[in-house]
Write a protein that binds this ligand. Structure first.
Ligand SMILES: Nc1ncnc2c1ncn2[C@@H]1O[C@H](COP(=O)(O)OP(=O)(O)O)[C@@H](O)[C@H]1O
Ligand SMILES: [Mg+2]
Length: 373
């Protein structure tokens, strides 16, 4: 969809901002350009819609050389959003969002309904109310949403976004990121997204391209970047907590043990102890007849109890359980908070679907992230 072939940029003063960058972004993917300030991210991005000219190399959009295209035609097919948002202060939200559709001569009916649809999409509801406001009558987060709505205006297949959530407080920022992910799932645009925040990149990106001093240093899936940093620069950039960062990318459903030994609440304590011995485990999840999770029993806790008691009377209830779509870093946090250490995972109907144990977590990390010392 977008292809950069050996692209370089030397500014008039002689600054080599981008050096021989080759990068391909498949249709429907979100590619993150990340790297320290001044490494050439913005320059790279703005060469794609020809706001900045290339010094050498080629850029293709759907196999067409962008230098052979009419710049206006090119830009109509590309939504562009920037950190400072760039809303027109003298225009209402409605007219801001409708800027490109109106430029394209869409009839009033059509752009009006498009604006409502977009404001709805980015959560500025009711759209009739927000559409009439001016940018100065919105919070920073709301203005940013307008910026996103506007870059989607004429439904362009490609979006270029330059730190679009940069100037926002961390909480609003996370919410915007979550919503943006949800929107992207729906609209499936091809997106190049610049950020200097690796965490944001890891969360949003299908692919990450890490730049330094104008060079593209490493490119790949977020997990690859964390698992196999190519050199010391990448290793430092991703940080010594790269393993913990990687756990944010993995969901419980991908790693849980979905058929661990379990026990029913009607079983006696001595039967439970026997089962733990047979299975060579120290804990067992207790699962009710209807499949719901009841709690835990552990070997140490049962040993001193009356062996004829039922497990249901003595089990330890878990304060926290995991959900299948929970990121593993959150699961780890719950495991660390709980006295049990293991985490039971349940579905929407509280039915037991498996467990995550420290042992298993350790094995996963070892398998993917062990580096030769
Ligand atoms: N218009 C310009 N003229 C000259 N140098 C520029 C211009 N814009 C950016 N630069 C320089 O090019 C390099 C890359 O800048 P930029 O692409 O904005 O980096 P980033 O977006 O990664 O922070 C920097 O050294 C910057 O100072
Ligand atoms: Mg920049």
């Amino acid at each position: 969809m977008i292809k950069l072939d050996n692209v370089s940029k030397v500014y008039a003063g002689g600054t080599e901002a981008v050096k021989e960058v080759t990068l391909e972004i498949p249709k429907g993917e979100l590619c993150i350009l990340v790297g320290p300030s001044g490494c050439g991210k913005t320059t790279t991005l703005r060469m794609i819609n020809r706001l900045i000219s290339l010094s050498s190399g080629k850029i293709f959009l759907n196999e067409r050389d962008i230098n052979q295209m009419d710049p206006n035609e090119l830009r109509r097919g590309i939504g562009y959003a920037i950190q400072e948002i760039g809303l027109f202060p003298h225009m209402t939200v409605e007219y801001n969002v409708a800027a490109v559709p109106r430029l394209l001569g869409w009839p009033r009916e059509k752009w009006r309904s498009r604006v409502n649809e977009l404001l709805e999409l980015v959560g500025l509801t009711p759209p009739e109310e927000f559409g009439k406001r001016y940018p100065s009558e919105l919070s920073g987060g709301q203005r940013q949403r307008v910026g996103v709505a506007r870059c989607l205006g004429a439904d362009p297949p490609v979006l270029l976004m330059d730190e679009p959530f940069g100037a926002i407080d961390p909480i609003t920022r996370e919410r915007l990121q979550d919503e943006f992910l949800r929107i992207q799932e729906e609209i499936q645009k091809t997106i190049v997204f610049v950020t200097h925040d690796l965490q944001e990149g890891l969360k949003l990106g299908d692919r990450i391209a890490l730049m330094r001093d104008g060079y593209l240093i490493q490119e790949g899936k977020p997990a690859e970047l964390l698992a196999k940093p190519k050199d010391d620069f990448v290793r430092n950039f991703v940080g010594t907590d790269r393993t913990l960062k990687a756990l944010t990318l993995v969901r419980l459903r991908e790693v849980l043990d979905d058929s661990p030994p379990t026990i029913e609440p009607e079983v006696t304590v001595s039967q439970a102890l026997q089962k733990m011995e047979d299975q060579n485990v120290r804990f067992l999840p207790v699962v009710n007849g209807d499949g719901t999770f009841a709690g835990w029993v552990n070997r140490g806790g049962l040993r001193n109890l009356d062996g004829d008691k039922q497990v249901g009377e003595v089990l330890v209830r878990a304060r926290k359980v995991g959900r299948r779509d929970m990121p593993v870093n959150e699961a780890l946090s719950l495991m660390l908070e709980s006295a049990i250490g293991n985490l039971a995972v349940v579905d929407r109907h509280d039915k037991f679907v498996g467990v995550l144990t420290f042992r298993r977590l350790y094995d996963i990390v070892q398998e993917h992230y062990l580096e030769e010392e």
